[in-house]
Structure formats: C-alpha cells, structure tokens
Design a protein around this ligand. Structure first.
Ligand code: ADP
Ligand code: ZN
Ligand code: MG
Length: 479
C-alpha cells in the first residue's frame, strides 16, 4: 500500500478592528440592524469615490511586521470582478500582484513536541462582501453591512502536513492578531475565517497533487476535522482508482462532512485590474518605523521571558502567554507582589475560574492586579491562611474594599497569637487522649489527627506552622 503525505495551505481572512469601513465612513462593527451601515461608496453607486482608511493600512503593516513579512513601501489595490447577490458593486477591492505584505513565517509546536515553521506567501488588504441569509424566509435575504469592512487575507505556503498543524496554524494567527489588537479573532461571528486547500501525494513525491478548497469552518475544531475528512476522502478516492478533481467544498459541521459547492474558478476569471479610483498605497520609511514602535511583545517571546525572568515553569508560561490581557494581568500581579509563582497560581487558578464562570474577559475583571497582590502579601505575612485568602478574594470581587479591610471586617485573620493557640491545643489534648497516647507510644502519625482537630476548632484560622510547632513541643514535653 502506498503511503500518502497531505499538503495543506490556508487562506485566513481576519477582519481588521477599525471603527469605520475600508473606503468609507460607515460603521464597521458587528451586530447592527441588517443594512443599517451602508452608503453610496460601499454600495458602489456611480460617482462615489473610495477613500482609504489609514488605520486599516497600519493594522495590516503591523501584522506583516509580527509575522516577519516584507512590508512593501508601495502596494496596489485591484478590482476583483465577480457577480454575486451579496456583492452590490459587482467587484471587490482587493490587492493582487502588489500586496502590502510579502513573505513571512509562523512558528508552531505540535503536541508531540515537533517544532514547525510555516511559510507565509503574502498578506493583502481587501474589503469584505455582504452576507446572504438563506434560513430566515423563503427567499434569500442580503445584508450589506459587511460590504467594505476591512480584511487582511493571510495566505500560507503549502507547508502544512497534518490536520493538527492546520488547526495550530489558525490558532497561532488568531493569537497574533489578538495580541496586536487588530482583530477580535471571533470565528463564530466570522471575524476570523479560514479556507483550507488540501491535496495528497505519495510519500516522497515532490510535485503537488490536485487540490480542493474547503470553506465554512467556524471553529478550530472544524478546521481540524474538515482537513482530516478531506485528506481521507482524497486518499480513499485515489486508492479506489479515482482522481481528485479541483473543486470547492463546504464544511457541514453538524454532519462532519464536506459537500461540493462549485467548480473552482481560476484566477483570470476575476478579470483583476488596478483600481482606478485609488492611488497606490505608499508607506514611507518614517511611517513604517513609527508603526514598528507599536509592535508589542509577541506570544512566543513573552512565554520565553516568563520562564527566564520570573522562573516560571514552562507550563505556567505557556498558559499565561495565551492571551495578551491575561499575560499583562499576571505580570502586574507578579511585579506588585514580588512573588511570580503565587501570581501565576492565582491568575491561572482563581482568576481564570471567576472569568470562566462569569463569562467575561479579563479586561472586565473587577479585581485589580494590585489588590490581588495585596492578598498574596497577606498570605505571605501569615495574616490569613490560604483558605481564608480565597474568601477574601471572593469578597473583594463583591465589594470595593481593600483586602486588609475585608480581613478585619469579616474577622478572617489568622490566629498567630501563642496563648490563643495554646488554649486550643490544651483543649484538643484533653479531648483526644487516645491519639495523645498513641503519639507518646511512638505513633508519629497521630499528630496529624490532632493538628486537624485543632484546625477545626479554630475554624481554619490557626496559623498552621505555629500550631504544628506548639503542638509538637507540648507532646514532646509530655514524654
Ligand atoms: P488559487 O489560485 O486556487 O487561489 P493559490 O495558488 O493562490 O491557489 O493558493 C491558495 C492556497 O492554496 C495557498 O495557501 C497555497 O499554499 C495553497 N495551495 C496551492 N496549491 C496547493 C496544493 N496543491 N495542495 C495544497 N495546498 C495548495
Ligand atoms: Zn459606506
Ligand atoms: Mg488564490
């Protein structure tokens, strides 16, 4: 039996988070009443002239810098002509032979630990089309709000080899655009969309096989499943003596199958030509240098720094660097408390749990990093126990009060007072004579039981180190 190798190239469309559309002043945000955001420019009325949104250009350049593309000093908009109900203009303004970004690379690490580097062919700016809605009436409805919304299309080299790599690649792109704050990366709302080109070839073959293109995957899981499905379909087809034909497929996530949509147009069918109403996009050296100053530290660099600067375990650094907001929260807690590991534990533990349960983003999280750092300090200084600290944390989310005040008001302070502890220990020793005798007879383990009882008596508030020490001293003195 022949061994096959899959070849995958991805085209990702990321919606750039600008306030207005790419060539007009219409609101570009998601979720408005259908057809509320439209004007003669984005509808292509005769005589209406497009004006380029400079912010979108900066976002595109920033992406190029982040993925080590060459950001071209001059790029050109072109008309891509096709007829479709959701495209009122009859053409889409895109970039063709002179895109804003050329080349680039994305680093991935597979679950088996293998590091991969995926080439990026190009990234270009274009406007989005409208949306056809088929499931709300007998007729097909069209919503043009999305017409003219700025997109960056990122085209990979055919360097991906497995469905897992394809998913990781999309995840990485999403992470980067979110770090750059140029796209919210929401696959369900369509602000990040991915088309997968898939072919297979016998292992060792260097020519590319015939590819198909799958569209309509709106989650990472769908990307992985769709690619997996298509690889298997093509191999089975070839094994059965058939041939792969070039076509476009639609992923059906409910049924987990890809269904044929149409024979694929080739590029010349779009009759690309330079957009006559827009001048070339020029980026001076000074402007590029200025944009570069806004490039934030990227996820991989952050992860490595969290290990080298804060001494975090790889696992923590990986989890914390997933989102820029989470990473920045952690870092503020770490710096304010001086205890990076505690900051990491709290951020990955209690903070993450609250955010999950409240279904909010960390940006909306009410407890400031500085207050969390105060809670960490209270534990470190033995003012509160670890258990009580969690209670302080929950209370601090409800009331806008300092952790110290909460401890006082709720009487959550740890008991470190020697005479108070002694009193409790005496009571426990009196009540549990059997355990005491066992200890005196050499059964070391009995002390655990006695500590537990004293802890309970203190309602969890006894300072565990002091309690342990006093109890042991007392028992030893009875020997
Ligand atoms: P098209 O003209 O169909 O749009 P492109 O050459 O522009 O094709 O490539 C589109 C995407 O498909 C790119 O991501 C590219 O890496 C990928 N691709 C091209 N050829 C193949 C192939 N034979 N198998 C898998 N992916 C491919
Ligand atoms: Zn408009
Ligand atoms: Mg193409």
């Amino acid at each position: 039996m022949t061994d096959y190798e899959a070849v995958i190239g991805l085209e990702i469309h990321a919606q750039l988070k600008t306030e207005s559309k790419l060539f007009c002043g219409c609101d570009a945000s998601y979720g408005a009443e259908p057809n509320a955001n439209a004007c003669p420019v984005c509808l292509g009325h005769p005589g209406a002239l497009p004006v380029l949104n400079e912010r979108a250009v900066e976002f595109a350049a920033l992406l190029g810098m982040a993925i080590e593309s060459r950001v071209n000093p001059v790029s050109i908009f072109a008309r891509k002509n096709y007829f479709y109900p959701d495209l009122p203009k009859g053409y889409q303004i895109s970039q063709f032979d002179k895109p804003i970004c050329t080349g680039g690379r994305i680093a991935l690490t597979r679950a088996d630990g293998v590091a991969r580097e995926i080439g990026v062919t190009r990234a270009h700016m274009e406007e989005d089309a409208g949306k056809s809605i088929h499931d709300r009436s007998d007729a097909t409805l069209v919503d043009v709000n999305r017409c003219g919304v700025p997109l960056i299309e990122i085209v990979s080299e055919p360097d991906l080899r497995t469905a897992e790599e394809a998913r990781l690649y999309v995840e990485k792109i999403r992470q980067i655009v979110r770090y750059l704050r140029i796209c919210d990366g929401n696959m369900e709302e369509g602000s990040l969309r991915c088309d997968a080109n898939v072919s297979v070839r016998p292992q060792g073959e260097t020519e590319l096989g015939v590819k198909t293109e799958i569209k309509n995957m709106n989650s990472f899981k769908s990307v992985e499943r769709a690619v997996e499905f298509e690889i298997e379909r093509q191999i089975d087809l070839i094994e059965d003596g058939g041939e792969v034909t070039q076509q476009t497929l639609l992923w059906d996530a409910d049924r987990n199958v890809a269904v044929p949509m149409r024979g694929k147009e080739s590029a010349h069918d779009y009759r690309y030509f330079p957009e006559p109403d827009l001048p070339p996009v020029a980026l001076s050296e000074e402007r590029l240098a200025e944009i570069r100053t806004r490039l934030p530290e990227l996820p991989d660099a952050k992860r490595e720094r969290f290990v080298s600067d804060y001494g975090l375990p790889d696992y923590d650094a990986d989890v914390l660097s997933q989102s820029r907001d989470v990473a920045e929260y952690f870092e503020r807690v770490a710096n304010a408390s001086g205890d990076a590991k505690a900051a990491s534990n709290w951020t990955m533990g209690e903070v993450a749990r609250e955010i999950r349960e409240r279904k909010i983003e960390i940006a909306e999280f009410l407890l400031s990093p500085e207050r969390l750092a105060e809670i960490i300090a209270l534990v470190k200084d033995n003012v509160v126990s670890a258990t009580a600290a969690k209670e302080v944390f929950v209370a601090a989310l409800e009331e806008d009060k300092s952790p110290k005040t909460i401890v006082e008001e709720r009487n959550l302070g740890q008991i470190s007072d020697a005479s108070e502890l002694d009193e409790m220990i005496d009571q426990i020793l009196k009540e549990h004579t059997v355990a005491v005798e066992e200890y005196l007879a050499g059964k070391e383990k009995a002390i655990g039981f006695l500590v537990g009882q004293a802890m309970r008596l203190s309602r969890g508030k006894a300072n565990p180190q002091l309690l342990n020490k006093s109890l042991r001293q007392k028992l030893e003195s009875m020997k």
